[in-house]
Structures are given as structure tokens and as C-alpha cells.
Ligand binder design. Structure first.
Ligand SMILES: Cc1cc2nc3c(=O)[nH]c(=O)nc-3n(C[C@H](O)[C@H](O)[C@H](O)COP(=O)(O)O)c2cc1C
Length: 480
């Protein structure tokens, strides 16, 4: 079972409210010590990685930041988690770090340089969670774009963004191009450096990538976003998918779909790891765990749920008729932004027969749930039972834990659940892990620090015969 922790360098996590509770340490998110403490805790317990969600935006209602978002710190305000990583890497030696960066704003050369640098500084322990981005209306306005880019077009851009990054990471420096022979006075071998040429639909680039190959070359590619376009993108490109855990049946269908699509792309479907979000509340006894969960639930309101949902979907649930099924209410509102901001958080309420719950029922379900995955509450054995059952019924490879009171929930999980999972053979002992290699890619089960041969990025590898260019925009399609 692979384990990561989901965090945000911000006051709140997961579309709920808990930072102001005395049990929460999240108000310390602007202090480095808060993060180094969590990183050391997770490393000692044998976690695979610490994951940061991130984005440039914030929720909007009628085009502006709702006062409730500012007052409650609801997906509003936060730091750039990329800048935390070198400090966290210095405080640890084995833990991986996954950072979310969206593909809509920055140029791929900047993304590739940032992650290439992080892979060096972490010794190959970094992953990039590729998203097309939440709160796209706010992002478009912030960056001065004329309008928000349509949902599926954002995935086309993401595809090309990653393609150019792969060319830069894999295609410029041949193995051996970095010579660093001080005696001979040779730093790099110009014969082994290849110009990257890219003339695509959304990006152009011509030149050399200035970051020498890092331990993994390409960071481990994560992806989040479960619309049809999102699953297709994940299946072609991602090595690890972060899935939203709704119901076990819904999650199982998404896992099966992603694996089938990966196979259709000629990839080993088991090499694509799928991790699902889970909010675990554990305590020494089931009664104490339920009391802890109740403390959290008491803080949740419809207003919190609706503000967060608006940021993910553009839908203001409190403004819709409460007694109509969601899809009917949306059809009546006829807002062109709906479905363009994000699809997964709408689809999650569609039943197999196409019907949806009433708007007030959607709100009730989101209260305390937000964008979180599965809810697991109990004593250590109950929690381990439920996690094992979820793996069995959904075929996920592990979990991203979404604490409600951070770092206290992480501490309780490490103290109470990790030993139980290890006893059941669900988590390897650290010595077994160490034998598998020190990069994040190897930690997640790959046989080598580098991209596997069946990943499309491997086609861009710089070779002596490759000539002066890492390939044209058509190469990725041909490689597929
Ligand atoms: C599990 C999950 C996690 C996500 N994490 C982020 C994130 O950290 N930052 C962000 O900007 N968007 C995040 N997103 C939102 C996607 O970028 C956004 O929904 C995008 O439009 C993808 O659309 P889709 O969900 O319709 O495929 C996440 C989406 C899901 C489902």
C-alpha cells in the first residue's frame, strides 16, 4: 500500500473548515518549522511522499471573491509550496515531495527548469502533480487573459505543455554530456548536447535546456482531474493518478477506466499507480475517534461547502433552487461556465441512471466532505480494516491522507495505524524500501530512477543518432 499525505500551504485543506480549531496547527503554515516537523514525522513512519495541492486562484461567486471565503480562509490565501521543498529535502533523506503546478499560465521551459532543479536538490525525490487548474475564472482575470480557456482545450494545452517538458528533460542532454572533468577543463560535451525544437499549437521553443540531467531526469508525473479528458490525459502521461474518492463503486469504475486507457496507449496498466484521497480520523478507541470527528463536523456549514464548490465548478449552490435535482437546476440556470471550470465535482453526483440528488442534498453531502475523498473513522484496527477493504473493492494502490486537524491527525495515524498496517504486511519495512533505491520513482515501485520504456517521454531520449533536434511536435503522437 502506497501512502502519501495531502497538504496545502494554506489555512485550510480539502474544502472544509478546521484551521481555527485549537487542535489544528494549520495556522502555522507560513512557518518553515511546521513543514519540516511534518516531513520528518512522515519520513520516520515510512510514508512515500508529502503532496502539496496548489493553484493561483481562489473561489469566486458572481465574478468576485465571496466575503465568506476571505473571512473563513476558504481556499483563499496560501504560499507557493515549490519554495518549501529544498528546506524539506534538507530535513529528510528518503521522503518524496510532490508539488502541484497547473499548465495554463507558466511556460513549459519555466516548469521544466523548476522541477529539474528540485529533482537535483532533493536527490531525485520529486514529483509534479499536473493539473489544468481549479478556479480558472479567477486565474484568467488575475493573469489578464481575455477569457477563461475552455475545459477540454485546457487538457490539450496540458498535453503539449508536458510534451515540451519531456523533450527538455529527456532530449537535450545525452547521458555522458555532463563531463565535469576539472583536469581537462571540460564541463559539458557539446557533441552530446541536442537542440530542442518544438513548434506546436500552443508553444514554440528552440534551444538548449540549461539544467543538466537530474537523478530522475523527468520528475514522477502525477495527475489529478477525473473528467473524461482528465482520465485520458492521465492514462497517456501520468505515472501516478490522484483520484477523488467518492463511493467505492465510482472509484472502482474510474480506476478500471484509467488502467484500460493506459493499456490502450501501450503502457503497462499496473505501472500507473492510482491513489485515492481519504480522511482518516483515528484514536486509541472508536469512541474517541468519533468524538474527534464530531468536533470537526460541528464546524462545517452550508456556506463553507458552497464557497468551496463554487471555486471548483463555478456553481453557487446556495443560489440554486434547493428542491430541484442538481442537473435540472443547472440546466435552468444555463450558466455557460458550468462544466468549464471542472467536471469531476459535477460528475461525482451523477447516478448510473443519469439522475442527481436535490441541490440541498448535494449541499448536505458536501458539508464536511468538501473535495475530500473517503471518510474513515475508528480505532486502529477498524481503520486498517476499512483501508484494506477499499483497496480490495476499488483496486487503488494506496491513499493520500487528508487530515482535518494537521499535524495532529498525521501524528495519530503514524502512531496508531502505520504499525497495524505493517503488521498486516501492507507496508514494507524501511530496510526493504531502502533496498529498492532512493528516488521517488523507485519508491513507487518502478525498477529504475528513469521513465519506463513504455512511457511516451522515453521516445525523446537524447541519443547520438538523434541529430541536432529532440524531435518535432508529431513525435509524441508517433511514439504513442
Ligand atoms: C483529486 C483532485 C485534486 C485536484 N487538485 C488540484 C490542485 O491542487 N490544484 C488545482 O489547481 N486544481 C486541482 N484540481 C482541479 C483540477 O485541476 C480541475 O478540476 C481541472 O479543471 C481538471 O478538471 P476535471 O476535474 O474536470 O478533469 C484537482 C482535481 C481533482 C479531481
Amino acid at each position: 500500500m502506497h501512502l502519501g499525505v495531502f497538504e496545502v500551504a494554506a489555512p485550510q485543506v480539502g474544502g472544509t473548515l478546521s484551521w481555527s480549531h485549537p487542535w489544528s496547527g494549520s495556522r502555522h503554515h507560513r512557518e518553515l518549522g511546521h513543514w519540516t516537523g511534518i516531513a520528518r514525522l512522515l519520513e520516520d513512519a515510512g510514508f512515500d511522499f508529502l503532496f502539496f495541492a496548489d493553484g493561483y486562484g481562489y473561489p469566486t461567486v458572481d465574478g468576485d471573491l465571496p466575503p465568506a471565503a476571505a473571512r473563513g480562509g476558504l481556499n483563499f490565501s496560501g504560499l507557493d509550496p515549490v519554495l518549501l521543498i529544498p528546506a524539506l529535502a534538507a530535513a529528510t533523506s528518503r521522503l518524496g515531495f510532490v508539488v502541484t503546478c497547473s499548465t495554463g499560465v507558466d511556460h513549459p521551459v519555466a516548469t521544466a527548469r523548476r522541477f529539474g532543479t528540485l529533482d537535483h536538490l532533493t536527490g531525485g525525490r520529486v514529483g509534479w502533480n499536473v493539473v489544468t487548474g481549479a478556479s480558472q475564472d479567477a486565474v484568467a482575470a488575475l493573469f489578464g487573459h481575455r477569457e477563461m480557456t475552455a475545459h477540454d482545450r485546457r487538457y490539450e494545452i496540458a498535453r503539449e505543455h508536458v510534451e515540451l517538458c519531456l523533450k527538455l528533460w529527456e532530449g537535450c542532454w545525452e547521458d555522458g554530456a555532463l563531463v565535469e572533468d576539472a583536469e581537462a577543463g571540460v564541463f559539458a560535451d557539446p557533441e552530446r548536447l541536442h537542440r530542442v525544437e518544438h513548434a506546436g499549437t500552443h508553444y514554440r521553443s528552440s534551444g538548449y535546456f540549461t539544467v543538466p540531467p537530474s537523478p530522475q531526469r523527468t520528475p514522477v508525473l502525477f495527475q489529478a482531474g477525473t473528467s473524461t479528458a482528465g482520465r485520458e490525459f492521465a492514462a497517456s502521461t501520468a505515472e501516478c493518478v490522484f483520484l477523488q474518492g467518492t463511493t467505492p463503486a465510482h472509484a472502482a469504475a474510474n480506476v478500471a477506466d484509467i488502467r484500460a486507457r493506459a493499456a490502450a496507449h501501450g503502457r503497462d496498466p499496473r505501472s500507473v499507480k492510482v491513489l485515492v484521497g481519504a480522511t482518516v480520523t483515528v484514536a486509541a478507541t472508536a469512541e474517541l475517534a468519533r468524538e474527534r470527528r464530531a468536533e470537526f463536523e460541528r464546524m462545517q456549514t452550508d456556506e463553507v461547502a458552497s464557497v468551496i464548490y463554487a471555486g471548483n465548478t463555478g456553481i453557487d449552490l446556495l443560489a440554486l433552487p434547493q428542491e430541484l435535482p442538481l442537473h435540472e437546476a443547472l440546466a435552468r440556470a444555463a450558466d455557460p461556465r458550468v462544466g468549464q471550470m471542472g467536471q469531476s465535482n459535477i460528475d461525482r453526483f451523477r447516478r448510473p441512471d443519469g439522475s442527481t440528488p436535490l441541490v440541498r442534498e448535494v449541499l448536505a453531502e458536501l458539508r464536511g466532505r468538501g473535495t475530500r475523498g473517503f471518510t474513515v473513522v475508528g480505532d486502529p484496527r477498524e481503520v486498517a480494516d476499512q483501508l484494506e477493504e477499499l483497496v480490495g473493492t476499488t483496486d487503488v494502490d494506496g491513499f493520500l491522507l487528508e487530515a482535518v486537524f494537521s499535524p495532529g491527525d498525521h501524528e495519530l495515524f503514524c502512531e496508531l495505524v502505520v504499525p497495524e498496517l505493517r503488521r498486516r504486511g501492507r507496508l514494507p519495512h524501511e530496510e526493504e524500501r531502502a533496498a529498492g533505491g532512493g528516488t521517488l520513482r523507485e519508491r513507487l515501485g518502478a525498477p529504475s530512477p528513469r521513465l519506463s520504456a513504455d512511457h511516451p517521454g522515453a521516445a525523446f531520449a537524447a541519443r547520438p543518432s538523434a541529430g541536432p533536434s529532440a524531435g518535432s511536435a508529431a513525435d509524441l503522437a508517433a511514439a504513442r
